[in-house]
Write a protein that binds this ligand. Sequence first.
Ligand SMILES: Cc1cc2nc3c(=O)[nH]c(=O)nc-3n(C[C@H](O)[C@H](O)[C@H](O)COP(=O)(O)OP(=O)(O)OC[C@H]3O[C@@H](n4cnc5c(N)ncnc54)[C@H](O)[C@@H]3O)c2cc1C
Length: 448
Amino acid sequence: MARLVRATYTSTVPRRVARTSRAMTIGGGCRPDAVIFGRRQSGPSAAIVGGGPAGLMAAEVLAEGGVAVRVYDHMPSLGRKLLMAGRGGLNLTHSEPLELFLDRFGGARAWLEPAIRAFPPEMLIEWCHGLGQKTFVGSSGRVFPRAMKASPLLRAWLTRLNALGVRFHPRHRWTGWTADGAMSFATPDGDVVIQPSVAILAPGGASWPRLGSDGVWAAYLSQGVSPFRPSNCGFVVEWSAHLRERFAGCPLKRIALSFGGRTVRGEATITETGLEGGAVYALSAGIRDAIEAAGPVTVSLDLRPDLSLAALSARLNVARRGQSLSGFLRKQGGLAPEAIALVQEALHGGMGSNDLPGLIKSLPLVFRAPRPIGRAISSAGGLRAEVLDARFMLLDRPGVFAAGEMLDWEAPTGGYLLQACFSTGAAAARGALAWLAEAGRTGSVGDR
Ligand SMILES: Cc1cc2nc3c(=O)[nH]c(=O)nc-3n(C[C@H](O)[C@H](O)[C@H](O)COP(=O)(O)OP(=O)(O)OC[C@H]3O[C@@H](n4cnc5c(N)ncnc54)[C@H](O)[C@@H]3O)c2cc1C
């Protein structure tokens, strides 16, 4: 039995949204102004599912637009994935030219472009500065807060949202819709049903479910959801017991990986189960797709990308004079112990004994499968463009908008993920404001 929530609701007076005497509820049904908790609530209201970057950005835009906003999240606290991203320095966005930036979204570029152009990287940086968090551009062009973590940003943001009258409801799991289109939530105190004027769904994708985004929401949107797949993920490589035991956790610095005609320089980390890290993530979408299509693939690892094959061959074309292979590769090849271990593993597997330089420059690694989605940086799949209109409103649920990683796009690491979440959060909220204002729609909070 659903419970009536007896919470106070400090609605800010709508400033930009036109008023009428009738309320338009999500799902499109018109009903008289709602009377809640014994008092008449005027003005539109918004329920936001998910207190991550997309949901909180939507909350800010809606609250500034004069809408009374409540943010619901099933976790005990908000922004957990943002905080986790902060552990890696919080790469907020990227400073490269916008055309190049937009290309990073591949086939989803056309869909996301209006949202990103309306809230582009420089606006995100300004917004960050407005929250007292100065930023800097790293040598790779990536943009980070100077604090190199998310907690000061999140703290300042929640304070701003509080001041705007946004109410937060942790431990509220959105569980779908009632027969008449209201939204239901499971809480520790029982089920709650609400009927706000508009809703923004921003429950994230399906990676790192322990941080909150578990993808369970897909069950409540019966159509238009592509299956989730790991994105920016590591891959399973079958190491020998020796390599696993001795070198799991060791970084491979200044390497290059090649697959499908693309070469990426960067770093990777040997793990118990395979290979992770920036260079792997950068190629991961293509590798994942190829594995899905035809099984394991071979990726080429260059352990000395800064040396040409000829230069490396010249260095190695000297007598070993009793040196062990390890010592020789370390001294002449300039390889680190973990790189030497990979070469030796390949030699033991019968590869490249006649062509050591060739092996070092192009060491074949068989990637068997992506690591599970629960360990991926992000997910592909989610709500498809075709079930939304240009302002991110669900075509079959007027008044319900979607934003963030729940949408079916993917992008590499480099700040593109967060930027798209912030931008689509803002775009969905602007869409909701426009929808409310259109045809004089004004909502009353529909908690019941
Ligand atoms: C380890 C790691 C590092 C990362 N580093 C970076 C980085 O440096 N740069 C970058 O651009 N991106 C990074 N990302 C990705 C980035 O953090 C995400 O893309 C982004 O947080 C997604 O934002 P979102 O608001 O769509 O979803 P989320 O941040 O996942 O937030 C969704 C929220 O919805 C809540 N929720 C889910 N289901 C429900 C429900 N049914 N009811 C109520 N609440 C629900 C969740 O609890 C969660 O709080 C990183 C990700 C990981 C895992």
